[in-house]
Design a protein around this ligand. Structure first.
Ligand code: ADP
Length: 457
């Protein structure tokens, strides 16, 4: 097979045309409704217990704690009003011994870190409300209580699963006589929405497009039909954490290619999170790598040669795809660098045609990711009746806060999402929907949520 035929096949395999997008959006809306209707649906639609929207005028001192990323992070945030704030933070390394030991030891360590932080930065004489970003699967039962379902990301502390991490940590604070009150358990998408909403109260959704992908939005509480005890609320709206990564695990509608199927089959969570796997940074490089290997095996790419690096699972990073896609040099020198210097193909062994094919692979995988993410957002817009056709009355704009390196760095990601929305709903969407980068859901966002929670207390 010629390289130009391969190129056409690849573009076709990763294409999601407008009709297909419409079908995905339709199913997305159905799945959202199922999640709002009953527990255990594929798209879980989890109530966050965060109700009401910040105005940006709120003031006060709050603490934020982030466990589940690379480091433990402690922040002090001063909300100053007018959407202004200051933030001081410190990071602490959590050793493997703590990650695998008893939960009591981990909580004592976290309390020591907070103690250390407050003695350095804080006011030790007043009780501070804290927003706790705890990035593990948790069944929340109120704004500051929940049950840990399982550990992920290398944590496996004993005596924690089935218990409330907020209670365990609050006990450790008591043991140390720390004047800190865990006011809220924070999901990272909800933190992203609230971080942006404090500065721009018209923000409607919080989206993560980083290692993983997920979204939250404001829902009318009356629309959350399934049984849950929302208690006292600040308004008749609540932020719903969709857990959209699980969409279509039944494989009804997503256009999975053989390259996706291989990646999924070899992943630790086979047949789970299929939507996330087609969208997020953790997986795109691996899909592109599988595609390259397929065309190597057909002797179409690199004359049939590979390298131990390229043969290694997860070794081709999504960040390389950004470099390759941004390579506008005549001889695709940056692409050559990635392939020959990083992926260790023999020096001088890749032809320009090889590099062009690799560039098309990256473009196709990246564009499909953006179009599928747009389908998810389109589902929410449709569900919320925020779509206005080109002939309709335009009654305002829709601001979407997004956190994550994929959105921040992947070339054309935003443009491809906008194009997809325009294809779906018409030219008006171009000005109607605005995407803005929103970093720091677990610092500023968690503090804003602690502030909102303290209004309920
Ligand atoms: P988080 O892990 O909290 O989601 P990030 O938002 O920084 O953190 O996302 C990290 C992920 O983003 C990485 O797993 C990687 O796949 C992807 N990534 C990092 N740098 C880039 C880049 N330059 N272009 C595209 N994707 C990137």
């Amino acid at each position: 097979m010629e390289q130009c035929q391969a190129l056409e096949q690849i573009q076709t395999e990763f294409q999601v045309n407008t009709d297909h997008m419409h079908a995905i959006v339709k199913q997305f809306v159905q799945e959202m409704n199922k999640g709002l209707d009953h527990h255990g649906a594929t798209v879980a639609m989890i109530p966050s217990f965060v109700s009401g929207r910040p105005t940006g005028q709120e003031k006060g001192q709050y603490l934020a704690l982030d466990l589940g990323g690379t480091n433990l992070r402690v922040c002090q945030v001063a909300l100053l009003g007018d959407g202004q704030y200051t933030l001081h933070q410190q990071k602490y390394v959590v050793s493997d011994q703590l990650k695998l030991g008893d939960m009591r030891h981990l909580c004592d360590f976290i309390a020591d870190c907070v103690d250390d932080f407050i003695s350095e930065h804080g006011d030790q004489h007043t009780t501070l409300d804290l927003g706790f970003t705890f990035s593990f699967p948790i069944l929340q039962t109120s704004i500051n209580s929940g049950e840990l379902k399982q550990w992920t990301k290398g944590f496996a502390c004993a005596n924690a699963v089935g218990k409330d991490p907020a209670v365990l940590l609050q006990d450790a604070f008591h043991r140390k006589n720390l004047q800190v009150n865990i006011a809220a358990i924070v999901n990272d998408t909800v933190g992203t929405l609230m971080a942006h909403a404090y500065r721009h109260p018209e923000t409607t959704m919080g989206v993560i497009l980083g290692t993983g992908s997920n979204t939250c939005y404001y829902e009318d509480i009356s629309q959350i039909k399934k049984d849950f005890n929302h208690g006292k609320t600040l308004s008749d709206e609540m932020v719903v954490n969709m857990e959209w990564g699980a969409f279509d695990c039944e494989r009804r509608i997503l256009p999975l290619t053989m390259y996706d199927n291989k990646m999924n089959r070899e992943s630790v969570n086979v047949n789970e999170q299929l939507f996330e796997k087609m969208i997020s940074g953790m997986y795109l490089g691996e899909i592109a790598r599988n595609c390259m290997l397929y065309w190597i095996d057909r002797l179409v790419l690199f004359g049939g040669r590979s390298s131990p690096e390229l043969n290694t699972q997860w070794r081709f990073e999504t960040a390389y795809m950004s470099t390759i896609q941004a390579d506008h040099s005549k001889d695709l020198a940056a692409t050559k660098h990635v392939l020959e210097d990083i992926m260790d193909l023999p020096a001088g062994s890749t032809t320009l045609a090889d590099r062009q094919l690799v560039q098309v692979i990256c473009q196709s995988v990246g564009r499909r990711s953006a179009r599928l993410a747009a389908c998810g957002l389109a589902g929410i817009l449709s569900h919320k009746n925020l779509v206005v056709g080109d002939n309709g009355q335009d009654d305002g704009s829709c601001l979407i806060a997004i956190d994550g390196s994929l959105f921040e760095f992947y070339p054309d990601f935003e443009k491809n999402m906008t194009e997809a929305l325009v294809e779906l709903f018409g030219e008006k969407m171009r000005s109607r929907v605005r995407f803005e980068l929103s970093r720091d859901g677990s610092g500023l966002g968690a503090s804003v949520i602690a502030m909102m929670a303290s209004k309920l207390a």
